[in-house]
Design a protein around this ligand. Sequence first.
Ligand code: ATP
Ligand code: MN
Length: 448
Amino acid sequence: MQRSKIKKILECEQAGGQFTVSGWVRSVRQSQNLAFIDLVDGSSGAGLQVVLEPSIKAYALADSLHTGSAVTARGTLVESPAKGQRFELKAEDLVLVGEADPETFPIQKKKHTLEFLRQKAHLRVRTNTFASVFRLRSYLSHAIHEFFRGRGFFYIHTPIITASDCEGAGEMFHITTADKKHFFGRPAYLTVSGQLEAELLALGLSEVYTFGPTFRAENSNTPRHLAEFWMVEPEMAFYDLQDNMDLAEDFIKGILEYLLAHDREDLEFMERWYQPGLLGQLESIAASEFVRLSYDEAVKLLEASGKSFEFPCSWGHDLQTEHERYLTEEKVRGPVIIHDYPAAIKPFYMRLNDDGRTVGAMDVLLPRIGEIIGGSQREERLDVLERRIRKLGLDEKNYWWYLDTRRFGTAPHSGFGLGLERTLLFLSGMANIRDVIPFPRTPGSAEF
Ligand code: ATP
Ligand code: MN
């Protein structure tokens, strides 16, 4: 059977075509001996109106159709006399594929709270909101691949199981089997970042990116943190920090442009229901120049702000979300890149600056979200890198392969990590990161 997607049908130039469509009933009403079904199949936010006339056999099914029922309809596309849509499908046949009992199906055609829907994560894709968010997520993933493909980057896959702690900190999930102490002959973890392995491949393929799931056991129950999230990590040989910041800025703008061009419909939906002014904000950021501030300058601005922050800001401490949001939302009113952070608060692999107290790190901050990208120029000098590893109390032996790349053909290189869900929060206007991933994993919660 040749089935058509509703999105394609709604794009038809003229009436008259014969179509078979399958989908779910969003609503159904009967009036003047006719049954009107609003049918969706996920391909678009707009539904197709399917009209059942008493003259067809399937009309007898009208009373058994409810919100959530799965159906297949066959019929002719005709001009719609109703307002708000150009075409409707005059059904010749309809099959009820799967029933949905209105007494028990939880997703009825009324506005449910996002909190309620989080508990129904297995069914929430049936709402307009989550169908939009998950379509945007797919377009965002395409945008990422398109951007890098257009620049000749290679898509690589870094391991999910690792034996190295990328950050030199805790916050990792340990993995093994129930009956073995160390399945891999050593402690192993779920990766917190593919960076170290991406560096190995960049020092050979020159420009690469990895895009996959990462895991952090941090016990932070915030609207911005997940225990399992997706990260995009480009890594580039022969890039210094400046090149890295330029790429990060182009990357964010490129993504915004792609979404505005390819899925305006869902952005408009989110603007209407969740984030007034969304499209204007995305368009203006896509056309803007990101302000760049050194960490020193950022701290001075924060100290001079006259704001009473929960955590006062002073040189040598990491910026808190409240500081990031002040800079990007109040001070600059646009994207900000902060660079050259104190070495003491950053991991061992970041390149030590000549001042001996800062490293070539950079974070990109966006209004509403705060940090969306964290990156750095990597330390390519063997002796400096070894000193930092020792100073931080890490075991050099675990990094012999990483250090080897600094022994053989070492080269300046840089990279960054962009959180997919943070990006989608920004694009969709959603406020809670649990609402932009289909099945969120957070402390104490891994249902579905
Ligand atoms: P934060 O300070 O916000 O906790 P981080 O400094 O730990 O983030 P990085 O290690 O720099 O983050 O990771 C790169 C990017 O990954 C971040 O800029 C952010 O977009 C995303 N990210 C980091 N941790 C999480 C998380 N727990 N859940 C979702 N996204 C995350
Ligand atoms: Mn960071």
